[in-house]
Design a protein around this ligand. Structure first.
Ligand SMILES: C[S@@+](CC[C@H](N)C(=O)[O-])C[C@H]1O[C@@H](n2cnc3c(N)ncnc32)[C@H](O)[C@@H]1O
Length: 352
């Protein structure tokens, strides 16, 4: 029986699989269930690997979940009741009723129902059978359901014939790398949103548990058109936004925003103030961006944190050299390719 499902950005799946091979014992990808989503096996099983990655998280693997059982589907709406019965039989005794759970489904094959339908049907059945509270936003336990097309490499495919299968696995949210199905964290678009980049900052704050100090002063390098600045303002920060490009007019009217319409290098020459938080989303190669971030380390309070995106291009060959540069002035607290990152990773730093 294969033991887990891994998810990564399709463009960086090769790096995610490298991390899996490096960090697992005898780890082997078995079948690609969808772009960037792999069924895999390793000797220590899901729990062993999950513990390894809690201590030392991967950068490119975005999500993992276990596979406990494989269930053949008939691809009609009757699957919802069938799946619910299977989940009740397998998991009623395994769910801890003292802490919350949720069901997270993904469908990678043509089926006449949606992930939401599966989540709702199974969750209702388990709430009743296991008396466990449902919490879809911050679950403690997660039952993952992945529906995949028939493939001889899937567990129990011989028995399932040509039928697609649902792969079910129960884990703790803290073991899955992300609390969201497949690591896909979506945010609602807001009416006043300035740029899609805002989602990157929101996701990073959430994933890395960053709470900017209330009334803090933040430096936003590469701020235009101002999405991150807007998010920082919503978090109660006074923001110095550095960028030669124009900021959105909404920010020009905001007295909590000071626009330094110049490059970060020019601001450094001018003599920056001192900040509680530095963020850097500059469009710049990884190593020069890391050097420039270091140059601002002298203008951060001792408790300050920094958050930056490092642009990788098509490969990650500049990532290690950029991290070496950053370690001269900062401790790297987290580094992940988040769902809203494209050809980049997000790094969370603390001043050394
Ligand atoms: C991806 S955009 C930033 C988006 C922004 N975080 C937002 O949420 O709207 C990258 C920005 O980096 C700026 N940039 C590139 N090199 C820079 C430099 N040397 N100094 C300051 N800004 C720079 C560009 O002008 C561009 O506006």
């Amino acid at each position: 029986m294969a033991q887990l499902i891994l998810a990564a950005d399709p463009g960086f799946a090769h790096l995610a699989l490298e991390e899996f091979r490096r960090d697992s014992i005898g780890g082997q990808p078995l079948a690609e269930l969808a772009s960037g989503v792999w069924l895999a096996d390793c000797d220590e099983g899901f729990w062993g690997l999950a513990e390894t990655w809690i201590d030392s998280p991967p950068i490119f693997v975005r999500h993992i979940c276990p596979v406990d059982i494989a269930f053949p589907l008939i691809a009609t709406p009757r699957d919802l009741a069938r799946l619910s019965r299977a989940a009740v039989a397998e998991y009623t005794d395994l769910l801890d009723p003292e802490v919350s759970f949720s069901v997270q489904s993904r469908i990678f094959v043509d089926l006449p129902y949606k992930p939401f339908d599966i989540n709702r049907a199974i969750a209702a059945a388990l709430v009743e059978s296991a008396q466990t509270p449902l919490d879809v936003r911050q679950p403690f336990q997660i039952l993952s359901v992945v529906c995949a097309a028939a493939d001889e490499r899937l567990p129990a495919q011989a028995k399932a014939g040509d039928a697609p299968q649902a792969l079910l696995g129960l884990s703790l949210a803290s073991h899955n790398i992300s609390d969201w199905a497949g690591g896909v964290r979506r945010f609602r678009r807001e009416k006043d949103q300035i740029s899609r980049a805002e989602f990157k900052l929101l996701e990073a704050f959430e994933a890395f548990h960053i709470e900017p100090p209330s009334g803090g002063v933040a430096l936003d390098l590469g701020a235009a058109p101002g999405g991150w600045t807007r998010v920082l303002r919503q978090k109660g920060q006074y923001v110095t936004a550095v960028d030669p490009a124009k900021l959105h007019p909404m920010l020009a009217a905001d007295r909590g925003v000071r626009h330094k319409r110049m490059s970060a290098e020019a601001y450094l020459r001018e003599g920056p103030d001192t900040y509680d938080l530095l963020v850097n989303d500059m469009r710049m190669d990884a190593v020069p961006s890391a050097r420039l971030t270091n140059a601002f380390a002298d203008y951060l309070y001792p408790h300050a944190e920094a958050l930056l995106t490092l642009k990788l291009g098509q490969s990650a060959r500049h990532l290690d050299p950029a991290c070496d540069v950053l370690r001269e002035r900062f401790k790297i607290l987290h580094m992940r390719q988040l769902f809203h990152n494209r050809n980049e990773v997000t790094i969370h730093l603390k001043a050394n």
